[in-house]
Ligand binder design. Structure first.
Ligand SMILES: [Zn+2]
Length: 127
């Protein structure tokens, strides 16, 4: 290890110890709407200031839902994904009748033709 490298390492180390409150945002993080602290995307309440975060309403993806309906629709995977857990359980219970598979395929088509806006209005609004 050269002296330069060692110097860089030691200077980084000292920088880290005196680091300020604002750390870089990670991929799975968003900034708090109140204090600006980087918090987890899934976090409902900021750990720093305790302010409840407004849901962006874009946490669900239409393509993902459609793919789930296509590949795992018989098991209600897309229902669980869209937060309709009760219906998802029905799919699992009646899986053996193949009816959920048929419904899921219809829903797959609907998800495909549905506009993103319609999808958000239907599934992304919090009750
Ligand atoms: Zn905050």
């Amino acid at each position: 290890m050269s002296d330069i490298e060692r110097n860089q390492l030691s200077s980084e180390g000292s920088k880290e110890s005196s680091v300020s409150v604002s750390r870089p945002k990670q991929l799975d993080e968003v900034f708090c709407s109140s204090c600006g602290e980087a918090i987890k995307k899934e976090a409902e309440i900021c750990v720093k200031c305790g302010v409840r975060q407004k849901s962006s309403g874009k946490d669900k993806n239409r393509t993902v839902a459609a793919l789930l309906a296509f590949f795992l629709g018989s098991f209600g995977a897309h229902k669980f994904y869209l937060g309709q857990t009760g219906r998802g359980i029905l799919y699992v219970v009646f899986f053996w009748t193949f009816i959920p598979g048929i419904i899921a395929f219809v829903e797959f088509i609907m998800l495909l033709v549905m506009s993103d806006q319609a999808f958000e209005e239907k599934y992304c609004k919090k009750a």
